[in-house]
Design a protein around this ligand. Structure first.
Ligand SMILES: Nc1ncnc2c1ncn2[C@@H]1O[C@H](COP(=O)(O)OP(=O)(O)OP(=O)(O)O)[C@@H](O)[C@H]1O
Ligand SMILES: [Mg+2]
Length: 424
């Protein structure tokens, strides 16, 4: 998990954006643009998406993705989800993020009603920390976006619960966990072919979000938010920070910068200006993590190397240096040409100027090409999911690429505060 941050942007401090949206509730949450999901039978539609729906007539956004006419979410009581998760038993915990714990639960496949442990289908139940004010805003955003969008590369939200202070979300279960788990938390190096497959799936998800008339800016693209099904198909999760793009050509401005260290684009960090191209930057960061097996941000690295992009960007344009920065644990699984091409697309994604970054659909095309051309001689005899002899991969820089064995998640330092938005 990344180190999360949230603080007011310099843009807000300078008062440059005085036309911020109004009607903010005293606790800082904008009720005017948020879905008021209730414990009733439907989700109130006064959401950011009612705007998208009217612009796209509820039609198809891409070949495989849909903006639904109305959210089709099951409303659960707290008792339902207590039953489904064996009373949130610690041994059914799947992981923990900055906003709460995620538990394994069981529901009936047809009715989606809670069922006994071990019967029906497995789901993931996220229980938000009840004391977090920002948690409510993020919970609403998740219900708004994931309740209305449907795409094979977005995780499916099945239902939710809001009861007193309890806020919960019920998702399809992703049996292979997150890309972050595989890259950084296991002893064995994660095979190159699966890394490429996963970033292609994630690119499809992002390209879909960016392709709607009123683009969706995901804002929290990172390895821990790329979840994997049993076939290692990637699905994006966590739309708590997602925003609709501005209605004009300009950027979306947030007065409180929120995200995860190492992934946030420089223009967003500096000014609060948010573009779909800010997502492309974060995508480039994940590509660099995939190439190197190193985290986007790691304070345990020596001074000057904490931020992966700042540290390694100069190396990406040198064929010789690219060879050296690749994760040693997967040597022989990719050709030099593949590594060079990957470095090239990574470099363009992390261009400092958002205008110079490619669109996600172009990034996708390049990644599919990279997947096609990779026929390394040493790799051709390897099994699809390698069991490597590199039990404890060491990077060329002399430290472990991942923290071995830690399956359960540490809570991330909580994000706090609420952001106010405007188009700038
Ligand atoms: N649908 C799911 N299926 C299976 N496991 C899941 C699912 N959703 C989340 N998890 C597990 O729970 C962990 C915590 O997820 P969560 O989204 O709360 O936090 P995070 O993304 O790691 O961190 P952050 O709070 O910074 O976004 C994930 O790393 C993953 O292992
Ligand atoms: Mg997450």
């Amino acid at each position: 998990m990344g180190l999360c941050f949230s603080y007011p942007s310099s843009a807000s401090k300078t008062g440059l954006h005085s036309h911020a949206s109004t009607n903010h509730h005293s606790n800082g949450i904008d009720y005017s643009s948020s879905t008021a999901a209730t414990t009733g039978s439907s989700v109130e539609r006064r959401s950011q998406f009612s705007e998208v729906a009217s612009e796209t007539s509820g039609g198809t956004l891409s070949n495989s993705g849909l903006l639904l006419e109305s959210p089709n979410l099951k409303v659960y009581s707290f008792l339902d989800l207590k039953t489904a998760t064996k009373n949130f038993k610690p041994d059914s915990m799947l992981g923990q993020g900055g906003f709460g714990k995620v538990y394994r639960g069981w529901i009936d496949a047809k009715t989606l009603a809670p069922s006994k442990a071990g019967s029906g289908i497995t789901v993931a139940v996220k229980r938000l920390n009840s004391e977090s004010v920002q948690g409510l805003a993020e919970w609403r955003s998740e219900v708004n976006f994931l309740g209305m969008l449907s795409h094979p590369n977005l995780v499916k939200l099945l239902g939710y619960c809001r009861e007193d202070k309890e806020l919960l979300l019920v998702y399809e279960f992703m049996p292979k966990g997150s890309l972050e788990n595989h890259l950084f938390r296991r002893n064995e190096p994660f095979p190159w072919d699966l890394r490429v497959k996963i970033v292609i799936g994630a690119a499809q998800g992002l390209a879909f979000l960016h392709s709607s008339q009123r683009e969706v800016i995901y804002r929290d693209f990172k390895a821990s938010n790329i979840l994997l099904d049993s076939n290692y198909d990637a699905k994006l999760s966590d739309f708590g920070l997602a925003k609709l793009g501005p209605s004009n050509e300009k950027s979306h401005v947030t007065t409180r910068i929120m995200g995860t260290h190492g992934y946030a684009a420089p223009e967003y960090m500096a000014t609060g200006h948010l573009y779909v191209k800010s997502d492309v930057y974060a995508f480039g960061v994940v590509l660099l993590e995939v190439m190197t097996g190193l985290r986007a941000h790691d304070t345990k690295r020596p001074y000057g190397q904490e931020n992966l992009v700042d540290w390694l960007r100069p190396d990406l344009s040198s064929k010789h240096k690219v060879k050296r920065l690749m994760d040693k644990g997967i040597e022989g699984q990719y050709t030099t040409k593949v590594a060079t091409e990957m470095a090239r697309i990574t470099l363009s994604c992390v261009e400092p100027d958002p205008k110079n970054r490619p669109h996600m659909k172009d990034v996708l095309g390049v990644l599919e090409h990279i997947q096609r051309i990779n026929v390394p001689s040493r790799f051709s005899s390897r099994p699809a999911v390698a069991s490597s002899s590199h039990a404890s991969p060491r990077h060329r820089y002399g430290y472990r690429a991942g923290a071995a064995g830690a399956e359960r998640r540490r809570p991330s330092p909580g994000r706090f505060g609420a952001d106010k938005d405007m188009d700038g």
